[in-house]
Design a protein. Structure first.
Length: 108
Protein backbone atom coordinates (compact mmCIF):
# COMPACT_ATOMS: atom_id res chain seq x y z
CA UNK A 1 0.00 0.00 0.00
CA UNK A 2 1.22 3.48 -0.77
CA UNK A 3 -0.57 5.00 2.21
CA UNK A 4 0.09 4.05 5.79
CA UNK A 5 -2.27 1.28 6.84
CA UNK A 6 -4.15 3.33 9.41
CA UNK A 7 -5.02 5.99 6.81
CA UNK A 8 -5.99 3.35 4.23
CA UNK A 9 -8.25 1.57 6.74
CA UNK A 10 -9.84 4.89 7.73
CA UNK A 11 -10.64 5.58 4.07
CA UNK A 12 -12.15 2.09 3.64
CA UNK A 13 -14.30 2.59 6.72
CA UNK A 14 -15.45 5.98 5.48
CA UNK A 15 -16.39 4.57 2.02
CA UNK A 16 -18.36 1.79 3.69
CA UNK A 17 -20.16 4.20 6.02
CA UNK A 18 -21.05 6.50 3.12
CA UNK A 19 -22.41 3.45 1.29
CA UNK A 20 -24.72 2.61 4.19
CA UNK A 21 -22.72 -0.35 5.53
CA UNK A 22 -21.54 -0.96 9.08
CA UNK A 23 -17.74 -1.30 9.17
CA UNK A 24 -15.63 -2.01 12.24
CA UNK A 25 -11.95 -2.61 12.93
CA UNK A 26 -11.94 -6.01 14.63
CA UNK A 27 -8.17 -6.16 15.13
CA UNK A 28 -5.80 -3.23 14.87
CA UNK A 29 -2.32 -3.94 13.52
CA UNK A 30 0.74 -1.86 12.77
CA UNK A 31 -0.31 1.68 11.86
CA UNK A 32 2.35 2.20 9.22
CA UNK A 33 2.83 -1.11 7.41
CA UNK A 34 0.38 -3.75 8.63
CA UNK A 35 -1.35 -6.03 6.13
CA UNK A 36 -5.17 -6.03 6.03
CA UNK A 37 -7.87 -8.69 5.87
CA UNK A 38 -11.34 -7.46 4.92
CA UNK A 39 -14.28 -9.63 5.98
CA UNK A 40 -17.60 -8.86 4.31
CA UNK A 41 -20.80 -10.09 5.92
CA UNK A 42 -24.38 -9.99 4.68
CA UNK A 43 -26.22 -11.33 7.74
CA UNK A 44 -29.62 -11.25 6.04
CA UNK A 45 -28.46 -13.56 3.24
CA UNK A 46 -26.06 -15.50 5.45
CA UNK A 47 -23.19 -14.69 3.07
CA UNK A 48 -19.61 -14.02 4.12
CA UNK A 49 -16.34 -13.47 2.23
CA UNK A 50 -12.77 -12.70 3.22
CA UNK A 51 -10.34 -10.64 1.14
CA UNK A 52 -6.56 -10.28 1.45
CA UNK A 53 -4.15 -8.14 -0.52
CA UNK A 54 -1.82 -10.05 -2.85
CA UNK A 55 0.65 -9.33 -5.62
CA UNK A 56 0.24 -10.90 -9.07
CA UNK A 57 3.18 -12.22 -11.06
CA UNK A 58 3.26 -8.98 -13.07
CA UNK A 59 3.63 -6.95 -9.87
CA UNK A 60 0.05 -5.64 -9.81
CA UNK A 61 -1.53 -5.53 -6.36
CA UNK A 62 -4.96 -7.13 -6.15
CA UNK A 63 -7.38 -8.37 -3.52
CA UNK A 64 -8.17 -12.07 -3.50
CA UNK A 65 -10.08 -14.53 -1.36
CA UNK A 66 -7.40 -16.45 0.58
CA UNK A 67 -9.76 -19.07 1.95
CA UNK A 68 -12.35 -20.91 -0.17
CA UNK A 69 -14.77 -21.58 2.69
CA UNK A 70 -17.96 -19.55 2.89
CA UNK A 71 -18.69 -20.24 6.55
CA UNK A 72 -18.07 -17.41 8.97
CA UNK A 73 -16.48 -19.60 11.66
CA UNK A 74 -13.92 -20.96 9.18
CA UNK A 75 -13.03 -17.46 7.96
CA UNK A 76 -12.70 -16.20 11.54
CA UNK A 77 -10.38 -19.13 12.32
CA UNK A 78 -8.31 -18.30 9.23
CA UNK A 79 -8.03 -14.65 10.33
CA UNK A 80 -6.99 -15.70 13.84
CA UNK A 81 -4.28 -18.02 12.47
CA UNK A 82 -3.06 -15.21 10.21
CA UNK A 83 -2.89 -12.85 13.22
CA UNK A 84 -0.79 -15.35 15.16
CA UNK A 85 1.66 -15.47 12.25
CA UNK A 86 1.56 -11.70 11.64
CA UNK A 87 0.68 -9.65 14.74
CA UNK A 88 0.80 -6.47 12.60
CA UNK A 89 -2.25 -7.66 10.63
CA UNK A 90 -5.44 -5.60 10.62
CA UNK A 91 -8.88 -7.22 10.39
CA UNK A 92 -11.76 -5.05 9.16
CA UNK A 93 -15.32 -6.37 9.11
CA UNK A 94 -17.97 -4.78 6.91
CA UNK A 95 -21.60 -5.70 7.47
CA UNK A 96 -23.47 -4.78 4.29
CA UNK A 97 -26.88 -5.96 3.08
CA UNK A 98 -25.61 -5.96 -0.51
CA UNK A 99 -22.38 -7.82 0.31
CA UNK A 100 -20.16 -5.01 -1.01
CA UNK A 101 -16.48 -4.92 -0.04
CA UNK A 102 -15.85 -1.21 -0.85
CA UNK A 103 -12.32 -1.98 -2.08
CA UNK A 104 -11.24 0.39 -4.83
CA UNK A 105 -8.33 -1.77 -5.98
CA UNK A 106 -8.70 -4.74 -8.34
CA UNK A 107 -10.40 -7.82 -6.87
CA UNK A 108 -9.53 -11.21 -8.36
Amino acid sequence: MLLSTDIWVSALIRRAELGGAFPVVVKRGDAKAGAVLVKVVDRRAGAVALYAEATRGDGERVWMQPHPDAEEAALDAYAERARRIDPDLWVVEIDDVKGRHFLTEAVA
